[in-house]
Design a protein around this ligand. Structure first.
Ligand SMILES: [Zn+2]
Length: 301
């Protein structure tokens, strides 16, 4: 059974000038349903993550200020959105979506969150439109509950998973891997356990061979019992922010490499969607839908 976290709050609370990239959160499940890849039974509505759970990966004071509307203007500017109750609620829904999806992944091998991949949120700060780091919180939740012992986070969004790296910089239980544009945001990078920096204009063949060799090493050396995959599609050549030249076929091949490795090693994987800013929204939605198709194909749903 393919279980996918989706909540209407994923879409609507976003300020007008940021709404375009957010439309995908409505269009992805619509397209999956329209194509018959999933049924309505696949979709589940998360709840709002509670304070204590959010604090598993974040500083208590930071989370308190976020939840009770006392976050300072400087931090609001770093996040990129002015504080609003609806935006904090949205973030809390998507974090629980990733936690619940991680639990479904333990049951079914793989599970998705239509939103999430908020990898710029660090231990005591929000950044780049990310307030709470969904996969970091879900990873600490699995550890806290004794449901995993060694977690690998594979972040293939074109932007470095700096927040995730910041949270787990001294962790021995969570291993962070990020492959990202060397000259892209964030301009001051954190240190993941393994960072692969990509030159502008990189094409499919080099991208995929770099990924393939690193994946093999990671699975062999880290030996994880759970994987989180941040599957941002801002690596596409059509992306306004990406600076790479990866084709839709290359992006699809990337997903096949990651998901078939998880299947091969029999390690549950939770997938969050991450970034995507192609000029035409259909390019974003199609690339994300291909990730679900890869899962349906590899896991024989
Ligand atoms: Zn990104």
């Amino acid at each position: 059974m393919l279980k996918i976290a989706f909540h209407p709050a994923y879409i609507y609370p976003v300020p007008e000038n940021h709404r375009f990239p957010m439309l995908k959160y409505e269009l992805i499940p619509s397209q999956l349903l329209y194509e018959g890849i999933i049924t309505k039974n696949s979709l589940f509505e998360p709840k709002k993550v509670d304070f204590q759970t959010a604090c598993l990966a974040h500083d208590t004071d930071y989370v308190r200020h976020l939840f009770d509307a006392t976050i300072n203007p400087k931090m609001q500017r770093r996040i990129g959105f002015p504080w609003s109750q609806q935006l904090v609620d949205r973030e809390r829904y998507l974090v629980d979506g990733t936690i619940q999806s991680a639990l479904f992944a333990r049951q079914y091998g793989i599970s998705f969150n239509v939103a999430g991949g908020t990898h710029h949120a660090g231990y005591d700060y929000g950044e780049g439109f990310c307030m709470l780091n969904d996969q970091a919180i879900a990873a600490t939740y699995l550890l806290d509950q004794g449901l995993a012992k060694r977690i690998l986070i594979i972040d293939l969004d074109v932007h470095q998973g700096n927040g995730t790296a910041h949270i787990f910089q001294n962790s021995r239980a969570v291993f962070t891997f990020s492959m990202h544009g060397a000259k892209n945001f964030p301009f001051i990078k954190e240190k993941s356990h393994v960072d692969i920096e990509l030159e502008d204009g990189l094409t499919d063949d080099i991208y995929l061979s770099l990924l393939e060799s690193n994946l093999k090493n990671l699975f062999d050396t880290v030996d994880p019992d759970f994987v989180f995959y941040q599957a941002g599609v801002d690596i596409l050549e059509t992306d306004k922010l990406g600076k790479l030249k990866v084709t839709p076929q290359g992006c699809k091949a990337r997903d096949y490499l990651v998901l078939s490795s998880c299947r091969h090693y029999n390690i549950p994987v939770q997938v969050s969607m991450g970034g995507g800013y192609s000029v035409h929204i259909k390019d974003i939605v199609n690339a994300h839908v291909e990730t679900y198709k890869a899962a349906v194909d590899i896991y024989e749903f």
